[in-house]
Design a binder for this molecule. Sequence first.
Ligand SMILES: [Zn+2]
Length: 430
Amino acid sequence: MATLSITGGRVLLPDGTIPRADVLIDRDDGEILEIGDDLAGEDVLDASGSLVTPGFVNGHSHVAMTLLRGYADDKPLESWLREDIWPAEGELTAEDVRVGAELGLVEMIKSGTTGFADMYFEMPEIVDAVDRAGLRGRLGHGVVTVAKDDAGAHEDLETSLAFAREYDGAANGRISTAFMPHSLTTVDREYLAEYVPKAREAGVPLHYHANETADEVTPIVESEGVRPLAYAAELGMLESQDFVAHGVHVDESEIGLLAEAGTGVIHCPASNMKLASGMAPVQRMLDAGVTVGLGTDGAASNNDLSMLDEARDAAMIGKLAAEDASAIPAERIAEMLTHRTADAIGLESGRLEEGAPADLAVIDLEEPHLTPVHDLVSHLAYAAAASDVRHTICDGQVLMRDREVLTLEEDAVLERASEAAESLVARAEE
Ligand SMILES: [Zn+2]
C-alpha cells in the first residue's frame, strides 16, 4: 500500500473541533486511513503552522467561462446574457472549452477546491480536463430549448441524457453526472415532462437553475399558476438527489417543498450580488432544514472561482438578508464550504475521518491577516484567502505541493487560455 502522511497541522474534524494531528492516507484507495499522533507515511506533506481542512466543494459552476472573466461586467442578468455572454458562447469551440476548463481547474486546485458541479456544453472536453487535473466532478450538459425548433430541442436533450449515461463513473469514479436542464424558464414544459422520467430511468440526478431573479419567477406564476418550485415538484424535478442553483426568490411554501423533498440548494452569493439578482434567504432555508451548499457560478459573474471568497460573501450577505449579525455563523460557513455542499451535489467527500475520501486542503496560517489565532473556524469563514492554500490533495493524489500545481502545467495553461480568450472575443465581435 502506498501511503502519504500530512503532518504537524491542526485538523478540522466533522464535529467542528480542530486538534493537532497527523492524517495518514492510502494513496491507492484514495481514502483516509487514520487521524492521530505520529503517523508516518512513505511520502510526507508538511502541515506545520497550517490548518488541514476537507477540500472545498464548489456546488455550481460553468468552469470554461473563465475565458469570459472580465469580458462583460456591470449589467443585469438578462441583458448580460443576451447581449454579451450568449453571443460569445455561440463562438466557443470544443478546444476553447477544454482550454477554459483547464484554466478554471488550475484556479480551483490553487484555491483548495477538490470537488465541483459543472453545467456547460462540449462536456467530454471537461471530462478529459478533470481526469488529468485530478479533481472530483459532477458534470452535465446544460440544455436550452427556447428559440430552438423541435428537432434542435430534442438533439440538445438527448445530448444531455447520453452524456449523463455514458460518463457516470469516469476517471476511476471521480466523475459523476447529472441531467441538466438549464432552468425552468429556458426549457419548455413539454420537454421537461418527456425527459425528467428518462433521467430517472437512467438513475442520474437533476441540476438546474431556479428562482435566480424575480424575472424568472413571474412568467412561471403567469403561465402555470404556481410558484416555480411547485411547478418543478409537479414535473417530478424535486427529489433528494437533485439540486438547484441560486434559490434567491423563494417563498415560505417553496422552502417547505425543498425541505420536504431533501433537494439541495446551491447558494451563489457573489454572482447574486454582482448581477443584483437579490439576497437568498439562507438562514431561513437552514432553519427549515434545507441542505444549502455554496457555489461560485461562472467566472464571468463572480469573477473568480475561490470558495474562500464565496464563504466570506455568504456570511456577509446572509447576515444582511436576515438583518441579524448572528445569522450564518462561521461554523455554518465551514460546513457549507465542505460537507453540506458535498451532500447537496451527492459527493462522498467533505469530512476528515477514517474511511472518507482523501480530499483535503492545507492552509498556511503564518500570514499577517491570519494572526493572531483566536478561532480557526473564524479565519476560514472571514479571513483566509485562496493564496494561503499550500497543498491540495484529491482522491489521495497530491494535486498541488507547496503552491506548485503538479497535475497541469500552470504557465502553459495560462498562456493557452489568454490566446483562446482573445481570439474568442474577436470572433464574437466581428
Ligand atoms: Zn449558473
